[in-house]
Design a protein around this ligand. Structure first.
Ligand SMILES: Nc1nc2c(ncn2[C@@H]2O[C@H](COP(=O)(O)OP(=O)(O)OP(=O)(O)O)[C@@H](O)[C@H]2O)c(=O)[nH]1
Ligand SMILES: [Mg+2]
Length: 376
């Protein structure tokens, strides 16, 4: 069970039942709980392309095997163009940079395409891009043919099923071996991924000379649990005040996307950070606008992002509310957020950002500003 993202990957694979014709799935039982953000706090899922912007990590589990799972923003030819400066959208560039970082640091890259649509120029270009940029010699790319629920598509009846089989054949020529047919929405075909993950974990352990069994892991985890629990720190505030920039400064790396477009962050992104030898779970969240403004915008994704931010605040030990100091005083929305934090019994820290833009001089100092905010 993934705690932060609440994604549940319970996969149990049955290797013996892998006898299948070319694109049939294994008979292994697969249970995949698709994230339901409004209820469970998982990654925001929407049919709108480009919903995922940041790289979101959580712990996946297959049987007793644990691994780190990273969800990334989608890649296509155009977005790759933004990375190499041919196109100039800063947000797109930030998104693809995060995806590239995930690809470079992962052992297994699952490249997913819509098997009903087939191999597009975007998929071929992404495959080329991965081949060129994958710096980890031990990493492996596996193509997932998505949206193949049920078994109808395996019957060659001269109609849509035939084209799916052709798409799979085409995908096998992309250069990463045979694609694995899955249905992410229905949780089908994931046992085949489980087999690959288990294989890769075994290989990696052997390569690194690690002989830790799952029992060892559980003992270690239990000991760790008993030792020191990381402090949960949620960074909250209105849009564009600099929450993500603050997270990156603390981590000393471009871990989350930042930029001048308000509403950039969507999913809450939790990252482990060590401060003074103490583990901290640092959580960047979406900017929170007033409900009236949100109502006017009528954007479901924003509503889900705000709900995710509030959920992150509720599980935090400390909530840091970031202000844009230029406003010189707390906004009504900020008072409402602070009120919620206190009502939830979380410790509240108020951080004034963008002090460099405040125009401080002898008539108005940092202390004057702090005094003004405190009085509110
Ligand atoms: N001058 C100045 N600019 C800053 C500072 N902190 C952040 N910015 C800029 O403010 C803009 C917004 O920063 P983000 O960190 O993306 O803001 P955010 O609060 O995460 O925004 P959302 O995710 O949209 O809610 C970016 O263009 C940053 O470069 C600061 O201390 N000084
Ligand atoms: Mg942000």
């Amino acid at each position: 069970m993934c705690k932060e993202a609440n994604k549940s990957y319970k996969l149990s694979s049955d290797n013996k039942s892998r006898k299948r014709n070319k694109h049939r799935r294994s008979g292994g039982f697969v249970g995949y709980k698709s994230p339901s953000p409004s209820k469970h706090g998982g990654a925001i899922v929407s049919s709108t392309p480009g919903t995922t912007r940041d790289r979101r990590e959580c712990i996946g589990r297959i049987g007793g095997t644990m691994f780190q799972l990273v969800d990334t923003a989608g890649v296509d030819g155009e977005r790759i163009g933004h990375l190499y400066g041919k196109l100039k959208n800063q947000m797109e560039r930030e998104m693809i940079k995060q995806t590239l970082e995930a690809a470079k640091t992962s052992d297994l890259i699952l490249l997913m395409f819509d098997a009903k649509v087939g191999v597009t120029a975007d998929l071929s270009e992404t495959a080329r891009w991965l081949r060129k940029n994958s710096t980890n010699i031990n990493s492996r790319v596996v193509i997932l043919a998505n949206k193949l629920e049920g078994d109808k598509w395996t019957h060659d009846d001269g109609t849509a099923a035939t084209s799916v089989m052709e798409h799979l054949l085409e995908a096998s020529r992309v250069g990463f071996g045979e694609p694995i047919p899955i249905s992410a929405e229905h949780g089908e075909g994931l046992a085949d991924i489980a087999i690959i993950v288990e294989e890769m974990i075994r290989e990696k352990r052997e390569r690194l000379g690690l002989v830790m069994t799952n029992d060892d892991y559980n003992v270690k985890k239990k000991r760790g649990d008993e030792a020191e629990k990381p402090l949960q720190l949620a960074i909250l505030g209105r849009q564009n005040v600099g929450k993500s920039t603050l997270v990156n400064s603390l981590l000393k790396q471009d871990r989350v996307i930042t930029g001048e477009t308000p509403g950039l962050t969507r999913d809450s992104i939790t990252v482990t950070w060590t401060w003074n030898n103490r583990p901290v779970r640092l959580c960047d969240t979406a900017g929170i606008r007033r409900a009236t403004k949100r109502d006017r915008a009528n954007d479901d994704i924003e509503d889900l992002a705000v709900a995710d931010a509030m959920r992150s605040m509720k599980v935090a030990d400390v909530a840091v509310m970031v202000l844009d100091a230029r406003a010189r005083m707390l906004q009504r929305q900020e008072l409402a957020i602070a009120d919620q934090v206190v009502k939830e019994g979380r410790a509240l820290v108020v951080a004034a950002n963008k002090m460099d833009l405040l125009g401080l001089d002898h008539t108005y100092s940092k202390e004057d500003y702090a005094q003004q905010v405190r009085q509110q």
